[in-house]
Write a protein that binds this ligand. Structure first.
Ligand SMILES: Cc1ncc(COP(=O)(O)O)c(C=O)c1O
Length: 389
């Protein structure tokens, strides 16, 4: 197939129906192991001298369609699928580091990514520094001889701060340090870090990529050589591989990604306007409100996540959540349903309070994942709950 546009690749890339009895839907290979053609064929498969499936932890045809598809969508050479976003993130970070190395991170991370890095620090003496990445000088000053990886979220969960990926990639290339970007909040439809010079993209595919709230999954994409190394080490031996059925569900969910991301963005823009003019709300954070140039340079649209601060303390914020009627108080994001949570007590509760406050995660900060419902209904539910506090 000649190179197609995103909206076509998201439906077709990596799958040829005529090779699969004409089945338009990707077949589900729900098997753990595979029969070899002969004992010699088995030996050659293990030696890497002949092609063939061996065992689903080492490769599965349904999962491989998904791996090819994410690679194409991210503009990468190769993709890998994992049983969760954290499975992907830990496989990548551990493959890129060794004891006594140094990792530079965005000054804000998903709670479990933060605790993974703290565990690596404790167990392997891997030093971690958090940075805003605002200028080349600032980045150069923080790079050490031991720096083997730069790890970034943008927009940062949950503060929605943006990091200039091209700027970071340019400095990292001077030192030959790989840049890993968690692209969960944007999806490749809204932001493509590899095209901006970054090296590896990771995803909690649980979120927008699947989009239907029924799968936990992770993906990584990058250069062939690096992905081969991860596949042969931290993916194969830690073994957090994606189940074929979950890959199948993801392939199905992924087909509507562009439609969903536009609708999430349309709805979120309407809600942002109203939140900004509501007197019980102090601050609203959304990529499109970025006063600098980063949003325009690297994002197509703002996506579905908005953060805002409610006037009041932790308990007043919790009572606002309790007054909601159809909006679900739940972690996760990117589902058809609107989901709302309090990061300080939920997704980012594992981060010590002083670190959390430095990241901008106050007790009255709310993270809203705007769903695909009518935006008017979403706003009416938020408004009636805000009126009661
Ligand atoms: C930005 C981000 N990265 C990674 C993860 C972890 O993904 P998973 O829950 O699929 O392991 C999450 C989960 O909330 C997330 O929000």
């Amino acid at each position: 197939m000649t190179k197609k546009r995103f909206e076509t690749s998201v439906i077709h890339e990596g799958y040829h129906a005529k090779e699969m009895l004409g089945s338009i839907s990707t077949p589900l290979f729900q098997t753990s192991t595979y029969e070899f053609q002969s004992a010699k064929h088995g030996e050659n498969c293990f030696l890497g001298e002949e092609n063939g499936y061996i065992y689903t932890r080492l490769g599965n045809p349904t999962v491989q369609v998904l791996e090819r598809r994410i690679a194409e969508l991210e503009g990468a050479e190769s993709g890998l699928a994992f049983s969760s976003g954290m499975g992907a993130i830990s496989a990548v970070l551990i493959a890129l580091t060794k004891a006594n190395d140094h990792v530079l991170c965005s000054s804000g991370l998903y709670g479990c990514s933060f605790s993974l890095l703290m565990m690596m620090k404790e167990k392997y003496n891997i030093d971690v520094d958090f940075l805003d990445f605002t200028s080349k000088e600032e980045i150069r000053n923080q790079i050490k001889a031991e720096t083997t990886c730069i790890y970034i979220e943008t927009p940062i969960n949950p503060t929605m701060k943006l990091i200039d990926l091209k700027l970071v990639a340019e400095v990292a290339q001077e030192y030959n340090i790989p840049v890993v970007v968690d692209n969960t909040f944007s999806s490749p439809y809204l932001q493509r870090p590899i095209e901006l010079g970054c090296d590896i993209v990771v995803h909690s595919a649980t979120k927008y990529l699947n989009g239907h709230g029924d799968v936990i999954a992770g993906l990584a994409a990058g250069k062939q050589e690096m992905m081969n190394k991860i596949a042969a080490t931290t993916q194969k031996d830690f073994g957090a591989v994606l189940a074929p059925f979950n890959a199948w569900l993801l392939l199905r969910g992924l087909k509507t990604l562009p439609l969903r991301m536009d609708r999430h963005s349309d709805n979120a823009e309407k809600i942002v306007e109203r939140l900004q003019n509501y007197e019980k709300i102090t601050n609203v954070y959304y990529p499109k409100l970025d006063r600098g140039t980063i949003y325009k340079k690297q994002m197509k649209r703002g996506g579905g996540v908005i953060s805002f601060e409610v006037k009041g303390d932790k308990h007043k914020t919790q009572s606002f959540l309790d007054y909601l009627q159809f909006i679900k108080v739940a972690v996760s994001l990117g589902d058809a349903e609107t989901l709302i949570e309090q990061p300080a007590t939920m997704t980012h509760a594992v981060i010590p309070e002083d670190e959390r406050l430095k990241m901008g995660i106050t007790d009255n900060l709310i993270r809203l994942s705007v769903g695909l419902e009518s935006w008017e209904d979403i706003w009416e539910d938020l408004e009636q709950a805000l009126e009661k506090i």
